[in-house]
Design a binder for this molecule. Sequence first.
Ligand code: SF4
Length: 480
Amino acid sequence: MTRVKLTTCSPEIWNDLCDVARLFLGECEIAQEGESDLVLSHAVEGGAHVARAGQAEARLPLAPDSPDPLEQRRRYKRGAKNALYRAMKALTGKRPPWGSLTGIRPTRLYAEQRALGRSEEQAVRALMGTFDVREDKALLLRDIAREQASVPAPAPGEIDVYVGIPFCRTRCSYCSFAAIDLKHGAKYTSDYVRAVTREMRLVAQDLSAFRVRGLYIGGGTPTALSAAELARVIDCALSCFPGAREFTVEAGRPDTLDEEKLRLLLDSGVTRVSLNPQTMNDETLRRVGRDHTAADIERVYGRMRQMGFACINMDLILALPGETARDVERTLTRVARLAPENLTVHTLALKRAAALRFTDYAADESEAQDMVESAAAAARGMGLAPYYLYRQKYMAGNLENVGYCRPGLASLYNIDIMEEIAPIAAFGAGAISKWLYPAARRIERAPNVKNVEQYIARVEEMAARKRALWTTRAAQEGSE
Ligand code: SF4
């Protein structure tokens, strides 16, 4: 693995500069001192950010001062990152598709440009000029903003509710969630259901003045619970948080679904279900530890249609180990025949918690890019438009995840979460509740512990954290 020494005159942005280096170097060891294969540096000299990468150097004048300290810090950080980006680009000759952007929400930057009064065309050009974003990616942001503009924004007093069920039948090799496979986790499910329903009941009263926009039961795989356990979770969620405009359940894997659970979802008023193939290649499914076949997906999908599910989402992951662009095309052809209303296309991201590591497997960048383009074309062919996007660290080819929808069938919850435009009350192990303070551009968080045993033991404390988030907000809002 490449060893990198990176120094800066501004230690508070050291991690941000590391993210820029990884755009070009992938997984590497970065330190502030010691032996290294490559030396990177950032300093401010003569009114400019000066970045050096090996023999390459880039200078970028400091941005004008802003009276807003937050904005001032942002301008400084952007300048430093852009300078290092230019030096790295000159050194390696590489051009990442999203340019110098390392954050998870590039849609925000497009919105920021538009908020300055710039036209769509000007906003696209600004992203290309300032951050070296490739034109197709900048246009994708424009298209997403157009689609989101057709979706009603959260009204004051609206919140989203998330309930996390961290169990799966088996664990996928690329998984970095705190999900437990049932071999190890079956002994916890009934205590967990008791805990999560208790947490909802403890907090429900504090939230009774809010209207629920999106109710989302996710995971893990919620349908890995028994039908009786799942029914207890759903009944509790519906009685604590009634009247949601949209109700999604991740029924992610067909090997967790039977007639009884599908009937339960339908009768409970679920409006959107995710059934996730990831790939329609059986060999890959086996390789990544998913205990089902592509035919299982088609069988369960067909049954869902017969039963009358009106909005089905399917998740795909591109650049899975061993998959070629041809395999992805075959997957897309089979998914297109099913014609889901929503399609979410992820590019593989391998985080530290995954069993599969970058050191064991690294996708070919240009092949990953071809796969992303095929998926975008296939989505268009299915009559779907891109409506939300996010990026993660350690993604194959530095690409992105995109949600596509049929007109009028965008998931409100997904937009709210990705754009951080509505508060969220989140229940279950590892769930993070958020309250937004838009005037101060600030978000207050109340995270639950990730460990399932700890969560079960400390559920009262988790509920108290959330109640504090809600009950102190009025005072804080008043003082802003
Ligand atoms: S289904 Fe999702 S949450 Fe479960 S193990 Fe696989 S990737 Fe992780």
